[in-house]
Unconditional design. Structure first.
Ligand SMILES: *Cc1c(COP(=O)(O)O)cnc(C)c1O
Ligand SMILES: [Zn+2]
Length: 409
């Protein structure tokens, strides 16, 4: 029945109660618990079929892990050769904050300039395979840009709703890629309500974060890549800028699948969910020792990608953080802005505000002693700083055309 050669996807499971669902029809939230569905693979069969050496011999893109991805027929993969982003040391910044073994997984080189391309590559390809012709989603900007681009390649009509203060380049990216873009004077939660209304009328697939099961599978490849880049062993800490939390949930899922395959040992990295002080529902729930996340109101942060006041996957983020002896921490916009500058001047890497938040958090956790000097720490720079022209703007004086540079300096 199911061809197990390209994908080893076997079924979907309710993330709350484990109820099983068919993976080969379109699904949104589970009917049992209204919870996200997660993809399950036949790892027992795969264990005998696939080795790290097989992976190493494949092209340098995220489809090198195709057995652990949901697309069954490679003809539906219409991407940009995306993935296998660089991971490299930040020695000067690391030295300055007392974490000499600081590394960054830099997602800026991905298509459309953020790691949202991973979720879109897999989510759109699988949607196309399952017959979707039209989809809609709320977004803080980067996801809309990425999904619009992949939808253009797959011939799917995309409707994107984003807050007016999302980075302006992302609306142009989405609109130019042919998406129908609506700007809403509100937050991503307002955009989500509008999408829900449209989807309710039928004919449009709801591609909202975690309301379809495959975006997280694309984001999982961040975890697969990090572990492969470490030679199939885990670093001590991974710090992730957490909005909806899909990336963190995906990385944790990658770790568990790799353990089941026997490719990594029992050591897992401590996962750190980094949020902004102006939007920290997951941090609040973590500190209160709760399993469910309470929605926040009127949230605000310059790190737009992590301004998610009511994350649907909050429970799963908390589970991943706790299961790995990790933590959750909020940083201020002021501090993260200073880390954009510090990273740029010390390392030549202009991080996005979300990426800078992870560096800020690592510095704070080193100060508190939660991270030690010998820890090997990976921070995720989830997008290109270049996309945030307003946030990274620098005021510079302008001299007259006949001025002398010698005097000016
Ligand atoms: C969307 C986004 C995030 C947060 O992603 P989640 O995995 O949903 O938490 C972080 N950084 C950037 C740049 C983003 O666009
Ligand atoms: Zn359930």
């Amino acid at each position: 029945m199911t061809d197990l050669s390209f994908s080893y996807l076997s079924e979907l499971r309710c993330s709350k109660c484990d109820e099983r669902y068919d993976a080969d029809t379109l699904q949104n939230l589970s009917r049992c618990c209204s919870a996200p569905l997660l993809a399950v693979y036949d790892l027992t069969a795969l264990r005998d079929e696939l080795t790290p050496a097989d992976i190493a011999s494949r092209p340098s893109n995220l489809w090198r892990y195709h057995e652990l991805l949901p697309v069954r027929d490679p003809r539906f993969v219409r991407g940009f050769d995306e993935g296998m982003t660089p991971m490299f040391g930040l020695p000067r910044l690391g030295e300055a904050i007392g974490v000499p073994r600081l590394l960054v997984k830099d997602e800026a080189p991905l298509p459309t300039g953020s790691f949202k391309a991973r979720g879109a590559a897999v989510g759109v390809s699988r949607a196309a395979e399952l017959g979707v012709r039209r989809l809609a989603m709320p977004t803080n900007g980067n996801a809309g840009a990425a999904w619009a681009a992949y939808c253009a390649r797959s011939g799917i009509e995309a409707t994107v709703v984003m807050p007016t203060d999302a980075p302006t380049i992302t609306r142009s990216e989405a609109a130019l890629a042919g998406a129908s873009v609506t700007l809403v004077n509100g937050l991503i939660s307002d955009a989500g309500r509008m999408v829900g209304e449209l989807v309710g009328r039928g004919g449009v697939f709801d591609a909202s974060t975690l309301k379809e099961p495959y975006r997280v599978e694309g984001k999982k490849t961040m975890g697969l890549e990090i572990l492969e880049q470490f030679g199939w062993r885990a670093p001590d800490v991974i710090a992730y800028p957490t909005g909806g939390g899909v990336g963190l949930i995906g990385i944790y899922k990658a770790l568990l699948e790799l353990q089941t395959l026997g490719w990594i040992g029992s050591k897992l990295p401590r996962m750190v969910a980094v949020q902004a002080e102006g939007c920290d529902p997951i941090v609040q729930a973590f500190e209160r020792g709760e399993d469910e996340v309470q929605a926040q109101q009127d949230t605000r942060t310059i790190a737009f990608g992590i301004n998610v006041p009511s994350p649907l996957g909050g429970r799963l983020v908390l589970e991943a953080v706790r299961a790995t002896n990790g933590t959750a921490i909020a940083v201020s916009d002021e501090d993260l802005l200073s880390y954009i500058g510090r990273c740029a001047s010390m390392e030549g890497l202009l991080p996005c505000p979300e990426g800078a938040s992870t560096m800020t958090a690592v510095a704070a956790l080193r100060k508190s002693g939660w991270i030690s000097e010998s820890d090997e720490v990976v921070v995720l720079n989830t997008g290109a700083g270049n996309k945030y022209a307003d946030a990274v703007a620098v005021e510079l004086p302008i001299v007259q055309r006949d001025a002398s540079l010698v005097d000016a300096q």
